[in-house]
Design a protein around this ligand. Sequence first.
Ligand code: 5GP
Length: 119
Amino acid sequence: MTYDTDNIFAKILRGEIPCDKVYEDEWVLAFNDIAPQAPVHVLVIPKGAYASMDDFTANASDAEIVGLYRAVGQIARDLGLVEAGYRTINNTGRDSHQEVPHLHVHILAGRPLGPMLAR
Ligand code: 5GP
């Protein structure tokens, strides 16, 4: 998948579209999902231009990969999610229904989240 520089998260990273920012560091930006599916629904995106988890794990540097996952854990701790628990989701490609072609990790929490997949 080639990277579309006009995707909505690229525009958010460039500051062309606003977001409700939760966290930012050298490697990632995290913000609240515009259509939350749980009381807590945060999207964590790398600052680099990666279309998907496939692109990221094939082409990102070790530092970028560590940076993303350290940030996911840090955000969950900062938001007080660890005791009750949280779910991380990444959708990659057609069958997963990935909508936005910039890698994002969903953090969902704040209520019992039910089964992992709809049947
Ligand atoms: P996907 O299906 O690609 O894994 O998830 C895309 C997510 O991005 C969806 O949960 C959707 O609500 C969210 N989203 C789409 N457009 C925007 C936007 O402009 N701002 C924010 N904050 N979230 C968005």
